[in-house]
Design a protein around this ligand. Structure first.
Ligand SMILES: Cc1ncc(COP(=O)(O)O)c(C=O)c1O
Length: 315
């Protein structure tokens, strides 16, 4: 296992995927002083999110077994971060990328993916990420030979990237100290892959899935399973606990983490950290102590609304 070395010399931007740092949260977890809370900074991946790992693994595995060849277009549905990852990987490796996304995703997300030369296809914003899944399936069904459709919701390479990467790195950094792992469910790849590896660890780590408390929520990237198409890679028996977190709590924690820790993170990460702090408080109350790890999926600046001046270039 390669440890994080800041001054690495890399042959390609793709070699910068993984080996992200773990940072201790102290001030936001002051209510649980006997418990360590760490956040793994997945925004340090070159695409700025946790999705670089699964996207790269899905592409590499597909090239290895012939599903992705140079004449094919990679197409998938994405709420944004996986799209950024596919786009940078496509640009770096030299294949075309098309993305289906709900029309209402942030302007920043659309701009970032297009900057890599990716083509965008928009689905009905009222149908959310499930509408994007339905549309991409229809496009691929109509022209199956034209596309490589990784389908991050069904692709075992997605959780495998976390089994071999995210989880292995957490164990490498913390060893037997880690007692709990907490993260949200989108495709569920992070939760499934990391949990499988951490359950194999001795002593066995307790893994908690954060889920939006409401069906209609503002935690972009996370799924409310009961009201969504359940991803085929999701195994409901794996999480040791499901912890509902409200949109307000996720957003409030994002603000708090920026102000108190100097870390500006997105709202799904706010929900993850809110969940980790809740678990830490419970452990502290029970006098058990512990070490809780969660994931910083992306940074807060990915959610900034466009400013008016961005559209006016008058000189
Ligand atoms: C911002 C954000 N948070 C959380 C997630 C959830 O990660 P996963 O798909 O591994 O469940 C995603 C994934 O799409 C995401 O983009």
């Amino acid at each position: 296992m390669t440890r994080l070395v800041r001054s690495r010399r890399l042959g390609s931007i793709l070699d910068a995927i993984g080996n992200t740092p773990l940072v201790r949260m102290e001030k936001v977890a002051l209510s649980a002083p006997s418990v360590e809370v760490y956040v793994k900074l997945e925004f340090c991946n070159p695409g700025g999110s946790v999705k670089d790992r699964p996207a790269y693994r899905m592409v590499k595995d597909a090239i290895a077994d012939g599903r992705l060849t140079s004449d094919k277009i990679l197409i998938d549905s994405t709420s944004g971060n996986t799209g950024v990852a596919y786009s940078l990987i496509g640009a770096a490796m030299g294949f075309r990328v098309q993305l289906v996304m709900p029309k209402n995703v942030t302007k920043a997300r659309k701009d970032i993916t297009q900057a890599f030369g990716t083509e965008l296809i928009f689905s009905d914003p009222m149908e959310g990420s499930d509408g994007a899944i339905r549309l991409v399936r229809k496009i691929v069904e109509e022209n199956p030979d034209k596309y490589f459709y990784p389908d991050q919701y069904s692709n075992p390479s997605n959780p495998l990237a976390h089994y071999h990467g995210t989880a292995a790195e957490i164990i490498d950094a913390l060893g037997d100290r880690i007692t709990h792992f907490v993260t949200g469910l989108g495709t569920s790849g992070t939760m499934m892959g990391t949990t499988r590896r951490l359950h194999e660890h001795t002593p066995r780590v307790t893994c908690v899935a954060v889920e939006p408390a409401e069906a209609l929520h503002g935690l972009e990237g996370q799924k409310h399973m009961a009201s969504s198409i359940v991803p085929p890679i999701y195994d409901a028996t794996l999480p040791d606990e499901i912890l509902p977190i409200g949109t307000e709590d996720g957003w409030d924690m994002s603000d708090k983490v920026a102000e108190l820790e100097g870390l500006h993170i997105g709202h799904s990460t706010g929900a993850n950290i809110a969940g980790a702090v809740k678990i830490a408080e419970r452990l502290h109350r029970e006098g058990r102590g512990g070490c809780v790890v969660t994931i910083a999926c992306d940074r807060g600046d990915r959610y900034f609304a466009p400013q008016k001046w961005e559209r006016r270039y008058s000189w």
